[in-house]
Write a protein that binds this ligand. Structure first.
Ligand code: IMP
Length: 477
């Protein structure tokens, strides 16, 4: 008979509801912070994009890094590929958006917001019918303003007087940089005041980026090269990390480097988490079989409901903290696909890694497909984005799943498509607001308080039907 048979069912995020708590006047969305600390790395957003070849490459790591999160470059990339992406991100300073999509001054705020959600550029220039520049719509300003959706966009635009503009339409990036004078963008007009392009500068000092490694041969060279290129964290990416290979890599890693943190994973049990903590991991990644593209449970009947796995790891974190004074951050990985999941996960985890969620955006690595599933690079035509798991026949990441030979490999992941959600920034900003609103409902100013104070309650299947969706009504299309 099995050593232990657990008859209580495992739980996932959407089975829980967050209870409210007293909220002071101070606790407004503008003041709430989503900063998190992963080992000695500080992020202003507790999100990591998965180390999946369909998700994270230069574009995703840059877009998420700019928002304060962390892209994790897949171990399936070559060392040279990881290094060149890290170097590019660290060297990223500014670029031009040529031919930006504009709106007319007669457009309503609502129309522009829909455009931002579709195409993703959070700054939309407003121009008259001769393309003469009138002002700039900023999605960030809109979120902070108490705007009426039907009002003209000009009521909340940033006016040309408030913006750095230049009439030198042939300006170079170097010259544009000088003209910025502390701003993060420069509007380039021609001599008649018509819009030519916009120059954007990165608005945070340092964009963080991480690199995944396996526990197989060659990992040391990869670590050394990635650290030299400027990686902010190394992630041991294996589907099951409760083993001697992983603890050896952690120990060896600590001999090579003591400046950046090492994340080890994945584990799903109290014992697995405790083992990695005791062997020196700075961070631990939790989850197995819960990934959106994952077929591990189907193939090997192995894995665990993600919230249960996280709660078990949190017990180990608590105990280890009491014993040693060392706080080991936890990253939940797999099965988090919407703001509600993120909120429940963050009552326990320090950060959330997502694959499927980020795969929906233009910045993901998967091919962009039109209505007829043909590859297209024309943004308005993109309806779907290709996705595949690291254990799928396409990625064949043998190292992650401990397969020794291509011949005997069996897939633990699917290949398919997801719906295109446009550019990352607007949707991410909306989800960030939902998370901040939940923190505000519980009276928490930051994620540390949230982890200490949050109260979550399990719902029955019946309750999930009643409070989890609308009922006894037809939703207007
Ligand atoms: P998602 O956010 O639900 O899509 O889960 C993403 C996570 O799924 C990744 O970070 C990996 O831990 C895991 N994963 C990626 N590819 C595979 C696969 O092919 N099989 C099983 N799990 C996978």
């Amino acid at each position: 008979m099995a050593e232990r048979v657990i008859l209580e069912t495992g739980k996932t995020f959407s089975e829980f509801s967050l209870l409210t708590n007293y909220t002071s006047k101070e606790c407004t969305l503008q003041k709430i912070s989503l900063n998190t600390r992963l080992g000695n790395l500080k992020l202003s957003l507790p999100f990591l994009s998965a180390a999946m070849t369909s998700v994270t490459g230069y574009e995703m790591a840059l877009a998420l890094g700019k928002e304060g999160g962390l892209g994790v470059l897949p171990a399936r990339l070559s060392i040279d590929e990881q290094v060149s992406i890290i170097e590019k991100i660290k060297g990223y300073e500014m670029g031009f958006v040529e031919d930006p999509i504009t709106v007319r001054e007669t457009a309503t705020i609502d129309e522009v917001v829909r455009l931002v959600e579709k195409h993703g550029h959070s700054k939309v220039p407003i121009a008259d019918r001769n393309n003469v520049f009138v002002g700039l719509f900023s999605f960030d300003k809109y979120l902070d303003a108490n705007a009426t959706p039907g009002d003209p966009v000009t009521t909340i635009m940033i006016t040309p007087e408030e913006l750095p503009c230049t009439n030198n339409s042939n300006i170079s990036l170097e010259e544009a940089k000088k003209e910025l004078k502390g701003n993060s963008y420069l509007v380039v007009l021609d001599e008649l005041g018509r819009l030519v392009k916009i120059a954007f500068q990165k608005d945070i000092d340092n964009i963080s980026v991480a690199a995944a490694i396996s526990t197989h041969k060659g990992w040391k060279n990869r670590v050394k090269s990635c650290i030299k290129a400027g990686a902010d964290m190394i992630v041991i990416d294996t589907s099951d990390a409760y083993n001697e290979f992983t603890s050896e890599v952690i120990k060896e890693f600590k001999k090579i480097n003591d400046s950046i943190p090492i994340c080890a994973g994945n584990v799903i049990t109290y014992e697995g988490a405790k083992y990695l903590m005791e062997n020196g991991a700075d961070l631990i990644k939790i989850g197995m079989s819960s990934g959106s593209i994952c077929t591990t449970q189907r193939e090997k009947a192995t894995g665990r409901a993600p919230m249960t796995a996280l709660l078990e790891a949190a017990k180990a974190r608590e105990e280890y903290h009491q014993e040693t004074g060392k706080y080991v951050s936890l990253i939940i990985d797999g099965g988090v696909s919407a703001a509600g999941d993120m909120i429940i996960a963050l009552t326990v985890a320090d950060a959330v890694m997502m694959g499927g969620y980020f795969n929906h955006f233009y910045e993901a690595e998967g091919e962009k497909l039109d209505e007829s599933m043909q590859v297209t690079n024309h943004e308005p035509d993109i309806k779907h984005i290709a996705t595949w798991g690291e254990g799928s026949a396409r990625a064949r990441n043998l190292d992650r799943y401990g397969h020794v030979a291509r011949k005997t490999f069996f897939a633990e992941g699917e290949e398919g498509t997801v719906e295109n959600w446009g550019r990352l920034k607007p949707k991410l900003k909306q989800d960030i607001r939902k998370i901040k609103a939940a923190l505000s409902n519980t009276g928490c100013m930051d994620l540390e308080q949230f982890r200490d104070k949050a109260i979550i309650e399990l719902m029955s299947t019946y309750t999930q039907q009643i409070i989890g969706s609308t009922h006894n009504m037809q939703v207007k299309e």
